[in-house]
Design a binder for this molecule. Sequence first.
Ligand SMILES: O=C(O)CCC(=O)C(=O)O
Length: 251
Amino acid sequence: MLTTADVSGFHENGFIVAKGLVPDTTRAELQLIAESHLQQNLAPIEYEVDVQYPGSPLGSEAPGGATARRLLQACSRHLAFRNWAADANIKTCLQQLFSLKNIGLSQCHHNCIMTKQPGFSSATLWHQDIRYWDFDQENLISAWLALGDEDRKNGCLRVIPGSHRMVLEPGRFDAAMFLRADLAENKALIKCAEKVELKAGDMLFFHSKLFHAAGRNLTDTIKYSVVFTYHDVDNHPIASTRSARFPSIKI
Ligand SMILES: O=C(O)CCC(=O)C(=O)O
């Protein structure tokens, strides 16, 4: 259970870290499956080359062109991920953060294992996840489980506390809905960022409107993180959008 201070901290800052939420046996099992799926190149996979973020390989024939960025569809790739996504502890935390009982797990967004690899990983610029989601209300929460330690060196997330409550003019964003780095007001906002360092087994909950970014993995070890996104079951995806491609799972 989160404390009242955790819940109010989440509303204030847009994120909260639940330390050691995952038992080590579960964490180790998920890590082994992720390693095995990555080794087998088990589809569906998003490759670094697909996103063309800073640091991405230029093409699939270029060096690093076969570097996986995410193992997609975590819920259907192995029951262990599906079970973890609906784990009773996670459900309780989400019920507290949403202040409601009935939680839906999206199979369209995140629902993946991030595999940030040495050598060819890319940097993710400042954005809100809601930029690529379409729901009746912009109120979703993602849960990010660190399977190993995450810090600045291996490309941990950075967040701008409280930014989920801000409303920015469209001109602050580029065409892909990243914060424009050339604007003084964006530079000032980014200066307020903090890094979210996690230990293996920690869980970061963050709001879909929280501005966040992440660097490249500069170590020689792959960073694995499992990410799921949740919503109120009465907050529906908009028909015919990417958010409605697969049904949500009531947890
Ligand atoms: O680890 C990263 O590069 C950040 C990923 C991210 O922010 C996202 O997928 O929305």
